[in-house]
Design a protein around this ligand. Structure first.
Ligand code: IMP
Length: 189
């Protein structure tokens, strides 16, 4: 199936294109959609519907972010807007968690695929981890350098792209999306 990706984040597009191997994925047009939802799922749906309306093609949107337990789930849907740059976002988060013992956090990714016939497939992926005391690693993007995967003892930024793509919130959401696609629309594969 030809799928239009509703995102302007180059890193996310790269990851999604790799994860959705087997589907004909193309970048969507430049379209500003205001993320007014208060949940990841709401924002993903808003974006998918807007790109479907603009292109007439199946549109896939994701909304993702980091939910920190000790901060009541913040920055959550505001992860991208939490501070102006990746470095400032990381510094601000580490500052908020200074002296806080509970380091539990989860990367969450909601995906919505809006189909021209009106159907919508909505899924969510979640990757549990711990916030480190300082940045580690050069890979990935965003909050990756401070997100430790306990089972591996490495941050997302210390994983190869392939390793991250096996366990990430986006990978889990993509797997769920693929299996929903198989169940709901076998003819569209
Ligand atoms: P979105 O574009 O509204 O989904 O914003 C997601 C924001 O959450 C990004 O700008 C990053 O700051 C953060 N984020 C989402 N996924 C990841 C990831 O895989 N690694 C690091 N940061 C992420």
């Amino acid at each position: 199936m030809k799928i239009v990706l509703a995102s302007t984040n180059a890193h996310k597009l790269e990851e999604l294109a790799a994860l959705l191997e087997g589907h004909d994925v193309e970048l969507g047009p430049k379209l500003e959609v205001e993320e007014t939802g208060v949940t990841f799922a709401e924002n993903a749906l808003l974006k998918a519907k807007a790109f479907l309306a603009a292109t007439g093609k199946p549109a896939l949107a994701d909304d993702s972010g980091l939910a920190v337990a000790a901060l009541g789930g913040r920055p959550g849907v505001y992860s991208a807007r939490y501070a102006p740059t990746d470095a400032e976002r990381i510094a601000k988060l580490l500052g908020e968690l200074d002296g806080v013992a509970d380091r539990a956090a989860a990367f969450v990714c909601a995906m919505a695929l809006a189909l021209p016939d009106g159907r919508v497939i909505a899924v969510e992926g979640r990757c549990e981890g711990l916030i480190t005391d300082g940045p580690r690693g050069q890979g990935g993007f965003g909050y990756d350098p401070i997100f430790l995967v306990p089972g591996l003892g490495r941050t997302f930024a210390e994983l190869t792209a392939e390793e991250k793509n096996r366990i990430s919130h986006r990978a889990l959401a993509t797997e769920a999306l693929k299996s929903q696609l198989l169940k709901l629309a076998p003819g569209l594969q």
